[in-house]
Structures are given as C-alpha cells and as structure tokens.
Write a protein that binds this ligand. Structure first.
Ligand SMILES: Cc1ncc(C[n+]2csc(CCOP(=O)(O)OP(=O)(O)O)c2C)c(N)n1
Ligand code: SF4
Length: 282
C-alpha cells in the first residue's frame, strides 16, 4: 500500500485543527502498538477526509457522506482490522446524517473521528449544520443525539488544541472499538482558521467533564443532564462523556466469508451490469 501510495504531506492551511487530530491519531496507534497494516482509515470528502492520504495505513476515500456504511462493511468483512472512519461535520452531519443515526443504533465496533469546524472547508467556507453565528454551543449537537439512542456505547468530544486530552480520548475510543464493545464516537472540535476561526470562542467556553471529580461517564442520565445544563449556559462539554463498558456488540452478525468473496459474485454482477447496458441503449 505505502509503496504504491506513499503517505502525502498534509494540504491543510497552517493552524488548521486537523493537524492536531492527525498527530494524536498517530500517537494513539503507536501507544496501543497497532501496526499500520492492521488499520484501515476510511475518509469522507472534505479537508478533514484528506487525513487518510497522509497515513501509512490501509485507506479508502468514501463517497461524500457515506463513510459510515462503508466502514461498517469493512468491519463486517474483516473484524480483525482496526477500522477508523474520519470526516468533517459537513460530511457527517449534513449529507451523511441518516447514516450517523443508524450507526449509533447498530453499534458496530469501529471508531469514528469527526472533525467539527462549523463549515465546509474544502468548498471554501459555506455554513455547515453546526455553524454558529454567535456563541459557542451548537444548536445541533451530535453528542446529545448519540446519547438519545439507547444502543449507543461510547460518546466523547475533544478539542484539537487540547492534545493531551484528545490523545486520551482517542486511545479510549480505539480501545472500546477494538474490544468489540461497539461504535466509538469521537467528535473533535477542529477549527478552520481560514473560514471560521473558532479557537478563541471554544477555548474560552468549553467545559471539561474529565476534570470534574464527581462526573460518572457510565451514567447516560448524568451525561444528558451535564450536556444539557452546559448548553443552556451557552457552553459545550468536552471529555469522556459516556461509555457503556458492559454492552457487547451483539447486534451485527458477521456475513459468512463466502458472502464477501468477490469471485463468488463476479458473474452475477457482470450479468446485472449487462441488463443495465441493454436498458440504457433502448
Ligand atoms: C455528492 C457531493 N456533494 C457535494 C460535494 C462537495 N463537497 C466536497 S467537500 C464538502 C464538504 C466538506 O466539509 P466538511 O465535511 O465539514 O469537511 P472540512 O472540509 O470542513 O474538513 C462538500 C459539500 C461532493 N464532493 N460530493
Ligand atoms: S480550509 Fe479550513 S478546514 Fe480546510 S485546511 Fe484550511 S483551515 Fe483546515
């Protein structure tokens, strides 16, 4: 893989939060001793998704908004791989939103690192569903969405500038998914310095739940009330917000290996394509 596609130099603007995400992801893989050939990083479309170009792991750029069903397929085909889906808020919270809801619901054991900057960076700064013209709290909050789905097992949020905490959260997310405990959702507040520089407002208003001694991340109700109370104050929670360590990933049945062998289906696929060709020529 790396002989054919050597890791690229990031294309990001100087100061983009995505640099922090990449540095931490590499450090987490190193600290957990996961070799690159046992990892597949899938990416949505966006500046954030180009993270996959920069890594020496297996990689796949999915269609815009389709990184989660694609990652689910990879996980089903080879559960021994450490699967990491990545992308931006435009990719995951707009065109990909339906998939996010159902990935929480299905709870497959892979990690999703979503870089939230409130804009579509790659297409030059249009507002995304999490764009805030004022204040720091989000009108749409994927953390609350995840908490509202009963099969959710892991919800965390980090800030690209607070790399120590982000490193701990990334390690925890990878450990959760690798242990087969389900979908590890990690939102990273990752500012776009060119079109929506949210570093100052986030730095001033984020509230770190990891720093609260009494906070219990195993309580869904406690997580809900902490996140909602902060939102009412115009603030956002970061930290390990919710982790249900008891729940195993029982819902997704692995397909028989035969079902994912391309040679088994190649003839049927060719026949199907032939029928499309006849129709389009009518
Ligand atoms: C089907 C489709 N629609 C629209 C686009 C154009 N497009 C490319 S990237 C992108 C959004 C990028 O924003 P985000 O996911 O937030 O990532 P960022 O660039 O901010 O990291 C869009 C709409 C596309 N590539 N494909
Ligand atoms: S446009 Fe924004 S999101 Fe894209 S690389 Fe530059 S700072 Fe990062």
């Amino acid at each position: 893989m790396t002989a054919t596609y050597p890791p690229a130099t990031p294309i990001w603007c100087a100061g983009c939060g995505h640099f922090g995400v990449q540095a931490v992801m590499l450090a987490a893989m190193r600290d957990l001793g996961i070799p690159a050939h046992e990892v597949m990083v899938l990416a949505g479309i966006g500046c954030s998704g180009t993270i996959q170009n920069n890594l020496g792991t297996y990689g796949y750029h999915a269609l815009h908004g389709r990184v989660l069903p694609t990652a689910t397929g990879v996980h089903l085909a080879n559960p021994d791989l450490t699967v990491i889906a990545t992308g931006g808020d435009g990719d995951g919270y707009a065109i990909g939103m339906g998939h996010l809801v159902h990935t929480f619901r299905r709870n497959p054991s892979f990690t999703y690192v979503i870089m939230n900057n409130g804009v579509y960076g790659l297409t030059k700064g249009q507002n995304s569903p999490t764009y805030q013209s004022e204040g720091a709290a989000l009108d749409f909050d994927a953390v609350s969405l995840g908490l509202s789905i009963s099969s959710t097992t892991f919800v965390a949020r980090g800030f690209a500038r607070w790399t120590d905490q982000l490193h701990r959260l990334t390690v925890a997310a990878l450990e959760h998914a690798r242990a087969g405990r389900g979908f590890a959702f990690l939102e990273v507040l990752s500012p776009c310095v060119t079109y929506n520089d949210t570093y100052p407002v986030w730095e001033a208003t984020l509230d770190d739940l990891d720093a609260r001694e009494s906070y219990d991340p195993s309580s869904r109700a406690g997580a809900f009330s902490a996140v909602s109370e902060l939102a009412d104050e115009g603030r956002m929670a970061v930290g390990l917000i919710y982790r249900n360590g008891a729940r195993a990933n029982g819902e997704l049945a692995r397909p028989a290996a035969e079902d994912v062998r391309p040679d088994r289906h190649a003839a049927a696929y060719a026949d199907l394509m032939a029928t499309f060709r006849v129709r389009s020529g009518d």
